[in-house]
Write a protein that binds this ligand. Structure first.
Ligand code: SF4
Length: 386
């Protein structure tokens, strides 16, 4: 185990309820339906340069994140984001409207309509006091693409209908476009009634592990699709972001080519675009080794970080074998990849890491006290003895 136990907050920052970090406030924008029009995206890029650190992150729940915002500038930033229609009017509505949408929808189709209805219903459901991390997924493309993304209540499609699913359950409730949203809110109320969130914290999956879902949840589920790869799709071009981050200038340039849809895969879908040109921070090649590396903010941006992380991730990426992945974590909390990874480097002090094989950032290390210089000089340390 690493020497220092990380602090667990149990809530995620929003725009109206930002979190203070090592480099200022973290402001997370829940763009409605995960989409920014070209004008919205260019305006957000400007705001990132005026009020933030000039970089934008896309989170594992497809939210857009600005860092380095001062407390003094926060009200002006929020007013600007509200003018753009990107922020709710109150923090409680912002917490409830936690809806992840498959990016492969078309204007006016079933997915678009369901996501809009669900978002609207959650904003007005003031009786629903859900935990801050509790979220919904509208994943109604031909096959589910969001199964590996955290969500507590999912709407998916089967061969002949829609199905509502409690995360972790093996079967779901058959629903229609007319009933799906109401039943999703009913399932959220069931979660609360069953004691899923004692002390205001909790997730659906652990509840389902202790308790079977409601008896009407008998419909079979579809098999999930493979994770989408970068490149051309029917909806536009899917482009990667280096470690989930992009300079605001590149974000603005990209937005001149189309509206941007946020995805949970450290990628953006540029609507109706093709043959996009390279930009700083952008990954166009699906075989780029940086796609095999997950890395958190690290020092100095995160107060809990024991070391900087990103440059080492950049330097080690070409040495991660094609079939493997590396998780580089600034502390044992493992924010960038909470699950197990073939290779994990967890910082234990400045430029000093533990190497964990087939485990999480907090698991028992195979090697300790590896310096960043040592790893750069002999990156085969990662694979030797594996
Ligand atoms: S894992 Fe990284 S981002 Fe998360 S708390 Fe630790 S240092 Fe900070």
């Amino acid at each position: 185990m690493s020497e220092v136990a990380p602090k667990v907050y149990g809530w995620c920052p929003g725009a109206l309820r930002p979190m203070m970090s090592g480099d200022g406030l973290v402001v997370r924008i829940r763009a409605p339906l995960g989409r920014l029009s070209s004008d919205q995206a260019q305006a957000v890029a400007d705001l990132s340069q005026s009020y933030g650190n000039g970089l934008l992150d896309v989170s594992a729940r497809a939210n857009l994140q600005m860092r380095g915002v001062s407390e003094r500038d926060h009200p002006a930033l929020i007013a600007a984001l509200q003018d753009l229609g990107l922020v709710d009017t109150d923090a409680a509505a912002e917490v409830r409207r936690n809806v992840l949408v498959t990016p492969f929808w078309s204007q006016g189709d079933k997915t678009h309509a369901l996501a809009q209805q669900l978002s609207d219903a959650l904003v007005t459901a003031t009786d629903l006091n859900l935990p801050g991390k509790f979220g919904f997924a509208v994943d109604t493309g031909p096959a589910p693409v969001l199964r590996n993304t955290a969500a507590d209540i999912r709407i998916e499609r089967t061969a002949d209908s829609l199905v509502l699913l409690a995360d972790g359950a093996k079967s779901g409730l058959p629903v229609t476009t007319e009933t799906a949203v109401e039943e999703a809110l009913n399932l959220a109320r069931w979660f609360l009634d069953q004691g899923g969130a004692p002390d205001g914290r909790g997730r659906m999956k652990p509840l389902i592990a202790r308790r079977t879902p409601p008896s009407a949840h008998v419909a079979n589920l579809s098999s999930p699709a493979e994770r989408p790869t970068l490149g051309q799709t029917a909806t536009g071009q899917l482009v990667g972001l280096e470690f989930g981050q992009i300079p605001a200038t590149s974000f603005a340039d990209l937005a001149t080519r189309g509206a941007l849809r946020l995805t949970p895969w450290r990628a953006l879908l540029v609507e109706d675009a093709s043959n996009l040109a390279p930009l700083p921070g952008l990954i166009l090649d699906a075989t780029d080794p940086r796609l095999r590396v997950s890395v958190c903010t690290g020092a100095p941006g995160c107060r809990q970080a024991l070391s900087s992380t990103r440059q080492l991730a950049r330097d080690l990426a070409p040495h991660v074998p094609a079939q493997s992945t590396l998780h580089l974590s600034g502390c044992a909390k493992g924010c960038a990849h909470p699950a197990s990874a073939p290779l994990t480097l967890t910082a234990t002090a400045a430029d000093t890491f533990n190497l964990i094989r087939n485990g999480k950032a907090s698991d028992h290390p195979a090697q300790t006290h590896l310096s960043a210089a040592q790893l750069r000089a002999s990156p085969d340390i990662l694979t030797k003895g594996s």
